[in-house]
Write a protein that binds this ligand. Sequence first.
Ligand SMILES: [Zn+2]
Length: 254
Amino acid sequence: MIEAFVFLVSAVVGSFLNVCIHRIPSGQSVAFPASHCPHCSTPIKPWDNLPILSYVILRGRCRQCETPISARYPLVEALTGIAGVATLTAFGPTPQALLLFAFLCALIVITFIDLDHQIIPDVISLPGILVGLSAAFVLGHPNWFDSALGILVGGGILWGIAEAYYRFTGREGMGGGDVKLLAMIGAFLGWRAIPVTLMIASLTGTVLGVALMLKRGEGRQLAIPFGPFLAAGAVVALFAGESLIDWYLNITRI
Ligand SMILES: [Zn+2]
């Protein structure tokens, strides 16, 4: 019962994340004006703004102009709902769970903005670094030293890779946005989460990149945003990092 309630409340947060994804890249306010149809500008009635449910009831169309609504809206709401239930299940009703839910919300917004615009907004990652570090001081999980080291290791590794890539190829391979994102992940999860995050991100990124290239038959210039893969890596590190490391140590001990 409590899970269903947490899912619903989180999904409502998810509908706010949709607004963030939509408005942050163009520098619009996320608070005003109220949600409206991007096509006909009709304000959306509260009862047509219920997470996931309204999409189903309206059969994915605006009530006024019947323009199709992107399936991404209910998807983001469902993802946020799952994030809420997952953090509660893993960390119990604690301030830690609430903080990590906020962290996952930031990752969701970053993922979809990066997919759309190939940018990771500083207005999310930079305050994120600060929030992660401050929370480590207060909650001690990870402790502030692990968090500070996470910022340095996370940001440092990607900055180094980007710099080396640029020196060798003369091309910008990775954006500064990715550097700041991994620093933020390090701030929230501590430096120990960085190797797992990077490994999962590179693995999934490479597999998907190769699959896309094979499908489209394009050359090596295909630009794939790395942010969503870093976010996926962070989620794995958060929920399965410890067991992954144990598993790895076990199989290498043979
Ligand atoms: Zn409309």
